[in-house]
Design a protein around this ligand. Structure first.
Ligand code: PGA
Length: 231
């Protein structure tokens, strides 16, 4: 049975009231989640406690961590500050690179901070060439469960997903460069198209932005993600 990873990235969305409504709408579904699903939810930092108080830490991730260890870095959240609360951290999302000037060098530092805090990094890349620079790092973190979230820029938030076959061949190229590492596809994944990705040989799952914001849509997406994965 193929294990499928589905990561929900809330990005910069949801007030307290909205986050609470999501948690209440989604939690009844948790008890029926199949065993071959690895679910990861990445809300904003200040909503983490909503999930933690509901016993959700097993599924919890953050969208970013500081490249620095804890200290005098106003506005930053160090990996060590969420250690023990979350299992995963996204690092180097294309929106972080585009709007906040994140570079590969910064991504490397962030992955190091995650490793020191026992947090599994999920490194985001949008081109195969990007990972060439990160090769050694990825080889290392893949051994401890780290994953790559491959998101071509044109597909992120545009409603224009890359085809599953093209995403699979990009994932194959990534595996050719990096060796064995779990690769997720992200970019306009919906309940309607998700099964096309999860059945691909070189894809271990998907990263979902917009379609993770509504609990009913997200639940539907999870059900469809697992279609044809039982053999
Ligand atoms: P999207 O975002 O599903 O809204 O395209 C994906 C992502 O950036 O993680």
């Amino acid at each position: 049975m193929k294990n499928i990873v589905v990561l929900g990235n809330w990005k910069s969305n949801k007030s307290r009231v909205e986050a609470k409504a999501w948690v209440e709408g989604f939690f009844p579904e948790l008890s029926t989640l199949p065993k071959n699903l690895t679910l990861i939810i990445c809300p904003a930092f200040h909503h983490l406690d909503l999930f933690l108080s509901s016993g959700f830490s097993e599924y919890l991730g953050v969208q970013n961590v500081s490249m620095y260890k804890a200290g005098a870095y106003t506005g930053e959240v160090a990996a060590s500050m969420v250690a023990g609360d979350v299992r995963y951290a996204m690092v180097g999302h294309s929106e972080r690179r585009k709007y906040f000037g994140e570079t590969d060098e910064m991504v490397v530092e962030k992955v190091k901070q995650c490793s020191a805090a026992n947090i599994i990094p999920i490194v985001c890349v949008s081109r195969v060439s990007e990972v060439k620079k990160l090769r050694e790092l990825v080889v290392d973190f893949a051994k401890s469960g780290g994953m790559l979230l491959y998101e071509p820029l044109f597909a992120v938030g545009s409603g224009q997903a890359q085809s599953p076959e093209e995403a699979n061949s990009a994932a194959k190229e990534l595996v050719d460069v990096l060796g064995s590492v779990k690769i997720l596809y992200g970019g306009s994944v919906t309940p309607e198209n998700v099964a096309g990705y999860t059945k691909q040989e070189f894809l271990s799952g998907v990263g979902v932005g917009g379609a993770s914001l509504d609990p009913q849509t997200f639940t539907k997406l999870l059900v469809h993600a697992l279609q044809n994965t039982s053999q």
